[in-house]
Design a protein around this ligand. Sequence first.
Ligand code: GLV
Ligand code: MN
Ligand code: MN
Length: 444
Amino acid sequence: MSAEKTLPQSKPGLGNESFKLEPGERRSIDINGKRLWERLGQLGEIGAFDDTRTGERGVCRLALTDAEIEGRNLVEKWMRDAGLSVEHDAIGNVYARREGRRPQLPAVMIGSHIDTVGTAGRFDGCLGVLGGLEVVERLDEENIETERSIIVAYFTDEEGVRFGTDMLGSATAVGRLDLQWALGRRDRDGVSVEEELKRHNATGHASLLTQAPPHSYLECHIEQGPILLEEGKQLGVVTGVQGISWWRIVIGGSAAHAGCTPMGLRRDAGLALALLRAGMWELTKQIPGLLCNFGYLSTTPGLVNVIPDTASATIDLRNPDEDKLVDAENTMRELIAAILKETGCELLDLEQTARTQPISFHKAIVDAVEDEIAERGIETMRIVSGAGHDAQEVASIAPAGMIFVRGQNEGVSHSPREYSTLEDCAAGVSVLATLTLKLANQVS
Ligand code: GLV
Ligand code: MN
Ligand code: MN
């Protein structure tokens, strides 16, 4: 297993434990759901495609592609039209600022991402960014000034689909990932993050968040799972995010004639990968809470009568319990070693491409989200996120929390079938708006 490469990473922290929210006066903000909905629709047309398998309109806006830059330009235009000053940092994260009465105080940050997976709907990430824009526009319309500034942010390659590691921009901004390492990530065609940022002129001089940590961070996001829908709850209070471990594996065998090579003399890389896939499926039955996905599987030369000489895959492991995730990683290593021995194949590459530990959001923010949802008489429940989010990265340097909005169509996401309703999105963003106002007036 000498080919294994691990990822430079550190543990995400839990934010500033001494942080408290002063009760203060609650001023309820109801956002303009129709405007939010129209913008979700307009942004969702950038990178859109008609999906013949589902009959739905999907979105493909991978990070730093021409389509994503077109999306960024539209969102930035909306931000500037709303009077926000827009800045970019060295990894292409975007920060749009509404000045408070005390601009020297750390700002309240709200946001998410607008890059998508290749088979997305129009809500994942975009709800948090366009919701953030809606928050500041409603505050303007109601002539509400705040003590702290408010920053609406979106982060580069949250999905990690193009450059291989999720939350790339936010993890770099908070110092979990090294900037040079992040800029050097390459997509499957060998194009680097740095080259794409330069090509699109997408960087600027804004400080990374390590230099300018926000006072607090909130993100409103579609749930991306079935729980709220099944439980009949419109909104969810997100208590934390499960751990994520991503890998890229390349197994080497020998190409040979499929009709003339006895089974005992083969070094079949495709067989080795198939055994690994099946073994990991068995492991999910043994380790409670373990989730496993091989989202990309490929062999070369990929010909019907040639034994594969290489087999490559991506592996996504998740568990809300760190010890169980480590157990799964170790068992996977053992399984790979045993399969290589059995098949006579070799390990050409095993790279950990992303790794985050399970995190908990800040108690004061989680409680505030729950209280605000209750104030509105909305049905809710506490929930641990199955998906990774920028909020979990910012949580390492500032008190952070999330609001989940119920999805429809069994709650599916990363699919053109991803859907939520105008009413549910508006409810989630109204909670975001009311809490953002509360946080932005906390001065002690
Ligand atoms: C991001 O959506 C992830 O959890 O993979
Ligand atoms: Mn997302
Ligand atoms: Mn996603």
